[in-house]
Design a protein around this ligand. Structure first.
Ligand SMILES: [Zn+2]
Length: 365
């Protein structure tokens, strides 16, 4: 069984004041609030990123959403000050550049939550995934520098928050519009100059950990988005919705989703990336069967923990900017059309365009 892992969810295009979304198997209309109203998220004190999950009383939460960002709303322009280069890649940018991953563990207000043990387990999985990505990059003579939450205090890379709502999860993982609105907003708020200064990079990816079972996915920035939808985040569920109950997501899933942040496309059948044709999928399956963007399961659909029995194949490495060519490049020239590390909303049959040339439709999930 192939797990459906979505990377390119349709997102609201900011054009002509109209919204026209085209979704495939999971139609979704994302509406973004332009008002600086309350977020569905309760925020802790700005300096209490290591808040313990047990302290869920309201008094420990920062309760003035509007003031968190100097009274301004990040909804309309989450990428203020970004350069043209950054707007090409999105917040996580390229794997060959130093980057940080911010972990945000989200509890439901009156439901599922993360305890210390579960967070520690997830943190181990993250370490395995990030170490593996580094090893794979070394195969392409690229020295990756990804800094992520390792449990050390005050790293600025760990948050444990309560979401004032619930998560859909399940095999559809159709999370709510409110959730996406909140997710974009808090990524913008956590992407601070202080963080950039501390780690010497403005390349930041976000990992949102949801305490239910689901099909993990990643929201990436499209070149066409410009300064909008700049922040890129993976939603990583605690459990895999496709296997037995209480089967934690594997390091391979974490790595797969993190690689999306840096530009890796899904290579399985049904991928929304315009150049991933059935021909290409068949070629990848035959040429690089262990490719991690093809499948995250072990032999026989098994769940592999403690390591990752996959590889970053040459085509994925090319898209990530780890190498400049791959076997089959002549046969699949569309793979080479976009800059490495970038995504486009274009489709094989051409974009649906509005009169001003703006893209008005997005490929399906
Ligand atoms: Zn994927």
């Amino acid at each position: 069984m192939r797990k459906l892992m979505r990377s390119l969810l349709p997102r609201l295009a900011a054009l002509l004041g109209a919204v026209l979304l085209l979704a495939g198997c999971a139609p979704r209309s994302l509406t973004r609030s332009s008002a600086a109203g309350r977020s569905p998220l309760d925020w802790p004190q700005a300096d209490s990123g290591s808040r313990d999950s047990s302290s869920s009383d309201g008094g420990k939460f920062w309760d003035g959403w509007d003031g968190f960002w100097d009274g301004s709303s990040g909804s309309g322009s989450p990428a203020r000050g970004t350069t043209a280069e950054q707007r090409r890649y999105g917040s996580a940018a390229l794997l060959a550049w130093p980057s940080v991953l911010v972990s945000v563990y989200l509890d439901e207000a009156d439901g599922a939550s993360w305890d210390e043990e579960a967070i520690a387990e997830s943190r181990d999985t993250l370490a395995t995934a990030v170490d593996w990505i580094g090893e794979q990059c070394a195969r392409y003579n690229v020295d990756a520098h990804i800094t992520c939450d390792d449990g050390s205090a005050d790293s600025g890379l760990f948050y444990h928050l309560t979401y004032n709502g619930s998560f859909a999860g399940g095999t559809d993982s159709a999370e709510s519009d409110d959730f996406y609105t909140a997710a974009y907003d808090f990524c913008a708020r956590l992407d601070t100059q202080e963080l950039h200064d501390r780690y010497g990079t403005s390349n930041v990816g976000f990992l949102l950990f949801l305490p239910v079972d689901g099909a993990s996915f990643t929201i990436v920035h499209y070149m066409e988005d410009g300064a909008d939808y700049y922040h890129e985040f993976s939603c990583l569920y605690r459990y895999d919705a496709y296997t037995a109950p209480d089967a934690a997501e594997t390091p391979a899933v974490y790595a797969h989703e993190i690689l999306h942040l840096f530009g890796a496309p899904d290579l399985y059948e049904g991928s929304t990336d315009y150049y991933v044709t059935p021909d290409l999928t068949a070629y990848v399956e035959e040429t690089w069967p262990e490719e991690i963007m093809l499948d995250t399961y072990g032999p026989g659909g098994s769940m592999v923990y403690g390591g990752i029995d996959k590889e970053i194949g040459p085509l994925t490495a090319y898209r990530l900017g780890l190498c400049t060519e791959f076997e089959g490049m002549d046969r699949f020239p569309q793979v080479t059309e976009l800059p490495a590390g970038a995504f486009s909303a274009r489709t094989p049959s051409g974009d649906v365009r509005l009169p001003d040339g703006a893209v008005a439709a997005r490929p399906g999930a």
